[in-house]
Design a protein around this ligand. Structure first.
Ligand SMILES: Nc1ncnc2c1ncn2[C@@H]1O[C@H](COP(=O)(O)OP(=O)(O)OP(=O)(O)O)[C@@H](O)[C@H]1O
Ligand SMILES: [Mg+2]
Length: 332
């Protein structure tokens, strides 16, 4: 029996462009994004640098307000809830970032860092909080003695374990990993991924796992959402999406998996048309991907494709997979 833990409905967010200048246009970082997260599942979120993954994470965690749309946790409205309700709901969702060391307070011991969310929420006394931090240190593969040391004494992988311990101290239901393993060497990355999956088994956690690297995402995810220029262009079960992607952009990302450093991949590596890459400051009319798409139809340059339900659990925003009527119109 599945239980929907998180519902994200129609989230959009624009920023005023950074810098100065007469022609500064707003940056549409996230456009009309909807998805659900089931209890115990991992939803992978993948897409190129700048496509809006971190902004979406911040919206889901209610760290920034959306322009429109809302988030519901276990049936409770989160986005525009009152302060007390927000505080209570915030406990249920935690985030782990790429740069663990800078997310820890260098002047606090590791034990105090891990226990800090408990103190901020006013939970337990000092001895109870210390006890809880010790328990989590062991759970993430460190030693109780490490509680007395400082963050800079630890390696990148160890810092990521400390950040994970801190994310778990409030016993959340959902953990968002935003590029949490991207900076780690391959062997350390494998260890942290193993830990993340073990913790999910032991604690029944639900994850949103964000990475620009589909190779990593497909190893941990039950379902995958592919983002392009602020929109989810395809979402579906990980194995089906990897075996037979529907959206031409998802296809291109899959072709790029063997590339050693996906951050450096170029249009040519993705096997895309050499069109101008679209920017969130100046999105093209129609489908944001059409200039790079090798299979574009006439309609793609003028209309934005809606998300179509294609088969059980699978949806994509692409006219190639739209209803027969839309495809006919496209061919005319
Ligand atoms: N506070 C902000 N002010 C202005 N623009 C912003 C702000 N935050 C993000 N953006 C812009 O919004 C777009 C999406 O950024 P975001 O960081 O969400 O992408 P991302 O997919 O997480 O990228 P990466 O893979 O590099 O982490 C980018 O064009 C970015 O420059
Ligand atoms: Mg990011």
């Amino acid at each position: 029996m599945t239980e929907t833990l998180l519902t994200v409905a129609g989230l959009s967010k624009s920023f005023r462009a950074r810098g100065t200048g007469l022609f500064r246009r707003p940056v549409r970082a996230v456009s009309d994004v909807s998805f659900t997260l089931q209890r115990g599942e991992t939803l992978g979120l993948v897409g190129e640098s700048g496509c809006g993954k971190s902004t979406l994470a911040r919206l889901v965690l209610n760290l920034i307000p959306p322009d429109s749309g809302h988030v519901t946790i276990g049936g409770d409205a989160f986005t525009r809830a009152g302060r007390e309700a927000q505080r209570r709901l915030r406990r249920r969702m935690q985030i782990v970032f790429q740069d663990a060391l800078s997310s820890l307070n260098p002047r606090m011991t590791v034990g105090v860092n891990i226990a800090e969310p408990l103190r901020l929420q006013g939970i337990g006394n000092a001895a109870e909080r210390r006890e809880a931090a010790h328990g989590l240190l062991e759970r993430v593969g460190l030693r109780v003695q490490d509680a007395e040391r400082y963050p800079h004494e630890f390696s990148g992988g160890q810092c990521q374990r400390i950040a994970i311990a801190r994310a778990l101290i409030l016993k959340p239901d959902i953990v968002v990993f935003d590029e949490a393993v991207s900076a780690l060497d391959v062997s350390i990355r494998a260890q942290i991924l193993r830990l993340v999956l073990d913790l999910q088994q032991q604690l029944g956690l639900s994850y949103i796992f964000i990475s620009h690297d589909l190779g990593v995402v497909k190893r941990v995810s039950d379902r995958i959402a592919v983002m392009y220029l602020g929109r989810i262009v395809e979402i579906g079960p990980a194995d089906e999406l990897v075996r037979g992607p529907l959206h031409p952009y998802a296809e291109a990302l899959l072709r790029a998996i063997p590339i050693a450093d996906p951050r450096r991949m170029r249009v040519r590596d993705l096997g895309l048309a050499e069109g101008e890459a679209a920017s969130p400051m100046n999105p093209p009319d129609g489908c944001a991907f059409h200039q790079r798409c090798t299979r574009q139809l006439a309609i793609c340059a003028s209309d934005i494709p809606a998300v179509h339900h294609v088969s059980p659990g699978r949806s994509t925003a692409c006219f190639l997979h739209a209803s027969p009527a839309a495809s006919r119109q496209a061919a005319d």
